[in-house]
Write a protein that binds this ligand. Structure first.
Ligand code: GDP
Length: 492
């Protein structure tokens, strides 16, 4: 996770200058105020005969909250305080199988009978109601399709999803990303409901899809298994109610979804961005407790008082109960997707926690950026001209997409000789500062659903900085992977 040498020196009771010197002899040039990564700390520990225990960021944060008498993740009180809460659903599946269309259909189908002309906004999550056995039941959908977002959240140790809807196009059948999504859901222990989509198409073969899925261990109920399959058409809005029912029944059968609605609210950030007029806005998913306007909250390294809350229809709401998504206004910055939020006693406490987290994030980021490489290694590779790195600056419309992109990029592997280094990332338009940094570090700027601002394009042209724009993650990955392969030296 990393720490600055000065902090480390204080902990082990030696002079920071001595550490700098030791590192120099080990082949690393670092100044005392800079942060170094875990391996370097371990190395120093060995030299000093200390046993260095690296505390995970999760543990570190738990300790931080404990010092304020707070705990994240557990419902307060006993059994009697728990009330049934709606399941939270993520839609996953192969590209083009209809995830987005299905999310749109479910959302709009539900609005029509609610209030005429109500325009739904994309806030990152929404809730629908459905009748099951004459009971009105609610379901929350995470409005970012695909398992990239799901994985980015899990990478933070956050699990927002209770149930996964796996979309499989009936004309296409099981495809690589279907299997990938299935494995992600299984690894997270999340029950799956299969939506066999596009059954309006003449070439649709839903029976074949069932057979294929059974081979991957998802045996349809009608074949004696325990996975519910529903044939749907997102386009013709066919059987959407049956899909919702299947979600509720699966939740009832295999999950005990209850939460204490009376305590101070806690939950997760689904997405966040900087709004030109409103400042930082974050969509949060309440997991326990009830979030109210006026609450002091800390969300990842951001803090503030809830100035207003909006639902997915853009309407103001005063409170949000468990599994309810809400767009929160009043934070001082945009937190990251998957970071937790927690209501605390007062603004002062929120700020203190946020500032500690902010400082830690900065140190961790700095440590990550330092590629630990000995001087010898470096010189040798320079001489041979072999080691190459592609520097990238990532800019995206929401924090979730930037994280998903970075996560996916980090998985590209075309061998040891070439690699990717993300030197900066952020939410919002591409600025002159970004171009500046790119020029200084020979980096390419990746814009995901964002455009350049002011004179950024002009400046990029002048400085010879390449800016590439994408709106689909896998496309960005494909092109960057191809570029990396191009950097590989031909073998003779
Ligand atoms: P995603 O990549 O999984 O999010 O897929 P999209 O939702 O973008 O859908 C991919 C394409 O399939 C689009 O052209 C949709 O209009 C189309 N599509 C989605 N659902 C259906 C459906 O039920 N029937 C038909 N015929 N086309 C669909």
């Amino acid at each position: 996770r990393g720490a600055s040498l000065t902090d480390f020196a204080e902990k082990v009771g030696v002079d920071a200058a001595q550490l700098v010197q030791m590192l120099f002899h080990l082949g690393e040039m670092v100044t005392a105020t800079e942060s170094v990564n875990d391996e370097t700390l371990e190395l120093l520990g060995e030299e000093l005969n200390y046993v260095i225990q690296i505390v995970s960021p999760e543990d570190e944060d738990r300790e931080l909250l404990e010092s304020f008498d707070l705990e994240f993740g557990e419902d307060e009180g006993g059994e009697e305080d728990l009330v049934v809460r709606p399941p939270v659903v993520t839609v996953m599946g192969h590209v083009d199988h209809g995830k987005t269309k299905l999310l749109d259909a479910l959302r709009s189908a539900n609005v029509v009978d609610k209030e005429a002309g109500g325009i739904t906004q994309h806030i990152g999550a929404y809730q629908v109601t459905t009748d099951v056995d004459d009971n009105e039941r609610r379901i929350t959908f995470i409005d970012t399709p695909g398992h990239e977002a799901f994985t980015a959240m899990r990478a933070r140790g956050a699990q927002a999803t209770d149930i996964a809807i796996l979309v499989v196009a009936a004309n296409d059948g099981v495809m690589p990303q279907t299997v990938e999504a299935l494995n992600h859901a299984k690894a997270a222990g999340v029950p799956i409901v299969v939506a066999v989509n596009k059954i309006d198409l003449p070439e649709a073969d839903p029976t074949k899809v069932r057979g294929q899925m059974a081979e991957y261990g998802l045996v349809p109920e009608e074949y004696g298994g325990d996975t519910m399959f529903v044939d749907v058409s997102a386009k013709s809005e066919l059987n959407l109610d049956r899909l919702l029912e299947a979600v509720v029944l699966t939740a009832d059968a295999s999950l005990d979804l209850r939460a204490n609605p009376t305590q101070d609210a806690q939950g997760l950030v689904v997405e966040a961005h900087l709004d030109r007029g409103r400042g930082p806005v974050a969509t949060v998913l309440v997991q326990r407790g009830t979030l109210r306007v006026g609450d002091s909250i800390v969300a990842g390294p951001a803090y503030g008082r809830v100035r207003a809350m909006l639902d997915e229809h853009g309407d103001n709401i005063e409170e949000a109960d468990p599994s309810r998504p809400a767009m929160v206004l009043g934070l001082n910055a945009a937190p990251g997707a998957g970071q937790n939020f927690i209501v605390v006693e007062d603004d002062r406490m929120a700020r203190q926690i946020a500032e500690k987290r902010e400082a830690r994030e900065r140190a961790a980021m700095q440590a990550k950026r330092r590629v630990r490489r000995s001087l010898e290694d470096f010189m040798a590779s320079m001489e041979k001209g072999e080691s190459q790195e592609l520097n990238l600056i990532l800019k995206g419309d929401v924090s979730g997409s930037v994280e998903a992109l970075e996560d996916a990029l980090s998985k590209i592997d075309v061998g040891d000789e070439v690699g990717i280094r993300v030197i900066d990332r952020g939410v919002g338009a591409i600025t002159e500062t970004n171009v500046d940094l790119a020029a200084a570090s020979d980096a390419i700027i990746i814009g995901f659903n964002v455009r350049p601002q002011g004179k950024a394009t002009e400046m990029a042209d002048r400085e010879g900085v390449e800016i590439r724009y994408y709106s689909v993650i896998y496309q960005a990955i494909e092109e960057i992977e191809a570029a990396l392969k191009g950097m590989l030296k031909p073998e003779y």
